[in-house]
Structures are given as structure tokens and as C-alpha cells.
Design a protein around this ligand. Structure first.
Ligand code: HEC
Ligand code: HEC
Length: 420
């Protein structure tokens, strides 16, 4: 890691102090940090923030410290993790939350990225994307929680690998959720070993749920799936790989049952009913929805695909290869072709050559035709990441539907997919 510098402990402590001191001045600090004088103030600040979907998405834990701190005791684990390790498991640092003095010190290699105290200092600045920490007067990390941004934001690496400006809606493909959760001191070895097999960019939202007190086992063994990008959601209608419901349904499922937020979620289709009052999730869903719908699909970088080949590929997509029979305009999905607005149109796993096991654990048991957007940006593909690149996607369909595409036709289709 090129930023790693050798700094004396004393110097690091001084820097930690500097970071802490400057912390008060950052935007994140002003907008979200409880001042330490109790829950009342936290709540008032919270109320103000709820009007802002972006702030909820980035900074609201919905009280999920009850899972990450009280149950998993991640604050104990994180206090021993140095920034280099945190970056290696895919955590990202928001450069805009860093005071100028810290940026200068990072640039000149004067911050020791092998010192766990620096991780705590970064949390105090609200600079770790998707992780919210509370540090007490003696510099100890006493509470941590997570936000939606942990999985669904990354950074543009403009400062250094893993450090840059936030890109909300871009899945964090480096994030190793399993490895992070496995740091918890309270989990048994078998579960930790299983979590460590998930790998970066994946998570299994059907493995367990948290009901406010206990982790409930939902399905075993785990079947981790790709953390999806969540831009370009407008008009799609049904979310998740299996179209379990609209955006707010899923936000509620994750906010309460997965992140561990203090709130209420119930769905008889999957036999889950969690009730916790006050509900810190449901009142925020509307603003959160607005923000998600505002996240635009990133354009393919200039020159990243061959325009002529893409034109030929588009023709193949619509005609010979038959892709458009399912990936229909305007969102490249047929999920809205159901008999009623509330009933998604779906595909049996076998129809698209997909593993039935994950779908079987969901509310619908089938797969939604994935709306295609920003494909250049979010390999791997399919719910389980079974296609490492777009040629693998095309090969999958070529085999499944016996399309007999030539190598040149496959290449044209790939160029088209890169242009979406
Ligand atoms: C621990 C990682 C993680 C966190 C935290 C998380 N998600 Fe997700 N999210 C996922 C995974 C994995 C899926 C895929 C689930 C599926 O499709 O079955 C997903 C799916 C989604 C989808 C559906 C996307 C699509 O195109 O179908 C939306 C929208 C979404 N998440 C929004 C949110 C919001 C808002 C929050 C915060 C309340 C959040 N997520 C928190 C991992 C996460
Ligand atoms: C019978 C309907 C159907 C046809 C035909 C079809 N698809 Fe799909 N497509 C799906 C479904 C369903 C999924 C979701 C599968 C999954 O993730 O498990 C999918 C997923 C994808 C994905 C993954 C998107 C992502 O973000 O992970 C791509 C890319 C894709 N299809 C491209 C194509 C191309 C190219 C063709 C033509 C060669 C095609 N599809 C033909 C139904 C179809």
C-alpha cells in the first residue's frame, strides 16, 4: 500500500488527536453526530435528517447498533483493525470527510496505516463509507453501526485505492462482508468459517435475520449472491433478483432483518414477522426511495466500446439471439408483463439455466429478468456471479438456447452490452 509510512507511535497519537480535533468541523460531523449528551438530541438530529434521503442512505443506522455493537460486539473487533486491513477487506474512505491537515499527512505518508488507532480516528470523522462509529472522550470506540452505503456505495479512488469521493448506488464489489462479520468475537468457529467463504462483493440476505434480540437462522448453508448496483431503478417496478416486492419492501426487509435496524417488518410469504417499537425504519422509507430513484446509471467511459460492433450487437440482441424477448424496452426487463400491477412476470430457474436453490428461499421462487444498465461497471453477472464477464454471459445463453453464434457475433453482442 503506497501510503503506508513508518511513523512513531507518538507521532501517530498526535495525528489521531489532530484528526479528532478537526472532526468537529466536517460536514458529516455537523449533520449526523450525536453530541454525546444523550439520546434525545440524537433523536432530534435524526428527525431532521430523515427528510433527506441521501443522509439516510449514507449515515442512518436505524439503531442497528443493537446488532453490530450489543450482539456482535464489532466495536471491540474494529478497534484492533488497522486501516490497511480495513481497506483490504473492501472498506472505503470518503476523502471529502477528511480535514485538509489529514489529507496532507496522508499524502506525505505521515499517517501510519498499520495503526488501529487511525481506524478509530477515521470513524470519528465519519469517513468510513457505510460504517458509523461513536468514540468516547478517551478515544475508545464504544458503538458501531452500519448504513445502506456500506454495500451500495463505493469511492472513485481519486485519492488512492479505496480512498476517494463517494459513488452512491455503485455496489461495493471489494467489500468482503463475510470476512468482516467473521471478526466478531461472539460467533462460533463454524459460522465464521462459513462466512469467510463468501468472498468479496457478495452477501447472503437469506441466511439469517435479526429480530432485535436474536439472530434467527433462515436457511443453511448460505448461498451468497452478488451485491447489486442500485442505480437506474426508476420504472422497474419489482426489486431483487427474485422480484419479491418494490424498492421499499426490500429496504424494509434489509433495514430491519439484515442490518438489524430497530423497526418492523413482516411478510407471511417467507414466514418472517419482526416487531420493534419505536419503528426507526418505516418512517424513512419514502425519503430513502426518493434518493434511490434519483441515482442515475453511469455512462460507459468514452471509447470503452466499439460503436460499430455495438450496432451489430444490438441487432443480434433484438433478432437472432432473442435476448429482447425477455429483456424488453424501456428497462430491458419483462417483469411488468404480469397479469396485474402487483404480480411480477417471472422465469423458472431452468428456463434461464439458473440454480434453483437461491430462488427457492425467496418469496417468489423464480427469477426476474434483470434490467440491464451500467453493465460495463458491475461484473460479475447473474445473481450468483456465475458469469465473470460479459462474454461468459453470452456463452451461457449460446449454450442454453443453442444459438450457434459465431465468435464475431459473440464479440458484437458483448460490445452492445458494454454500451448499456
Ligand atoms: C450487507 C450488504 C447490504 C446492505 C447493508 C444493504 N444491501 Fe441492498 N442488497 C444487498 C444484496 C446482496 C442485494 C440482492 C438481494 C436480491 O436481489 O435478492 C440487495 C438488493 C438491494 C436492492 C434491489 C436492487 C435490484 O436491482 O433488484 C435495493 C434497491 C437495495 N438493496 C437497497 C438497499 C438499501 C436502501 C439499503 C439500506 C436500507 C440496503 N440495500 C442495504 C446487500 C446489502
Ligand atoms: C427467457 C428470458 C431471457 C432471455 C431470452 C435472456 N435473458 Fe438475460 N436474464 C434473464 C433472467 C431471468 C436473468 C436473471 C438471471 C439470474 O441472475 O439468475 C437474466 C440476466 C441477464 C444478465 C445479467 C445482468 C446482471 O446485472 O447480472 C445479462 C447481462 C443478460 N441477462 C443478458 C442477456 C443476453 C445478452 C441475452 C441474449 C443472448 C439474454 N440475456 C436472454 C432472462 C432472459
Amino acid at each position: 500500500m503506497r501510503l503506508m509510512g513508518v511513523a512513531s507511535t507518538v507521532f501517530t497519537l498526535v495525528l489521531t488527536f489532530v484528526i479528532s480535533g478537526f472532526g468537529q468541523a466536517t460536514t458529516a460531523e455537523r449533520d449526523g453526530r450525536p453530541g454525546g449528551d444523550g439520546d434525545r438530541r440524537h433523536q432530534d438530529e435524526g428527525e431532521r435528517r430523515h427528510r433527506d434521503g441521501q443522509a439516510i442512505f449514507r449515515f442512518d443506522t436505524f439503531g442497528d447498533e443493537q446488532l453490530w455493537t450489543n450482539v456482535l460486539q464489532m466495536h471491540e473487533a474494529i478497534a484492533t483493525v488497522d486501516p490497511a486491513t480495513a481497506l483490504a477487506v473492501g472498506l472505503k474512505v470518503d476523502v471529502e470527510a477528511l480535514p485538509t491537515a489529514v489529507i496532507k499527512s496522508l499524502r506525505s505518508g505521515r499517517i501510519d496505516l498499520t495503526d488501529p488507532a487511525v481506524t478509530t480516528a477515521l470513524l470519528r470523522l465519519n469517513a468510513v463509507v457505510g460504517v458509523k462509529g461513536t468514540v468516547n472522550e478517551t478515544g475508545r470506540l464504544v458503538r458501531v453501526g452500519i448504513t445502506c452505503a456500506l454495500c451500495h456505495s463505493t469511492v472513485d479512488n481519486s485519492f488512492a485505492p479505496g480512498i476517494g469521493e463517494r459513488l452512491d448506488g455503485w455496489a461495493n464489489h471489494d467489500l468482503n462482508v463475510g470476512a468482516i462479520v467473521a471478526l466478531s468475537p461472539v460467533l462460533d468457529d463454524a459460522l465464521k468459517a462459513e462466512l469467510r467463504t463468501w468472498g468479496p462483493g457478495k452477501y447472503d440476505p437469506r441466511h439469517h435475520a435479526f429480530d432485535g434480540t436474536n439472530l434467527i437462522s433462515l436457511n443453511s448453508p448460505s448461498l451468497p449472491i452478488v451485491i447489486p448496483s442500485i442505480y437506474g431503478l426508476k420504472g422497474v417496478g419489482f426489486e431483487t433478483f427474485t422480484a419479491d416486492g418494490p424498492i421499499s419492501y426490500w429496504n424494509s426487509y434489509v433495514g430491519v432483518g439484515q442490518m438489524g435496524g430497530h423497526g418492523t417488518f413482516s411478510d407471511p410469504r417467507i414466514g418472517l414477522a419482526i416487531t420493534q417499537t419505536p419503528d426507526l425504519v418505516t418512517p424513512k422509507l419514502a425519503a430513502l426511495l426518493d434518493y434511490q430513484l434519483s441515482l442515475r446509471v453511469p455512462d460507459p467511459p468514452r471509447g470503452s466500446f466499439d460503436k460499430e460492433a455495438a450496432k451489430r450487437g444490438r441487432h443480434l440482441f433484438r433478432r437472432e439471439a432473442g435476448c429482447a424477448s425477455c429483456h424488453q424496452s424501456p428497462n430491458f426487463t419483462d417483469v411488468l408483463n404480469g397479469p396485474a400491477e402487483t404480480v411480477p412476470f417471472l422465469h423458472n430457474p431452468a428456463e434461464v439455466g439458473m440454480d434453483p436453490a437461491y430462488a427457492a428461499r425467496t418469496a417468489t421462487g423464480k427469477y426476474r429478468t434483470t434490467p440491464l444498465r451500467g453493465l460495463w461497471q458491475h461484473a460479475p453477472y447473474f445473481h450468483d456471479g456465475s458469469a465473470p464477464d460479459l462474454l461468459a454471459v453470452v456463452n451461457h445463453y449460446n449454450r442454453l438456447f443453442a444459438l450457434n453464434l459465431t465468435a464475431a457475433q459473440k464479440a458484437d453482442l458483448v460490445e452492445y452490452l458494454k454500451s448499456l
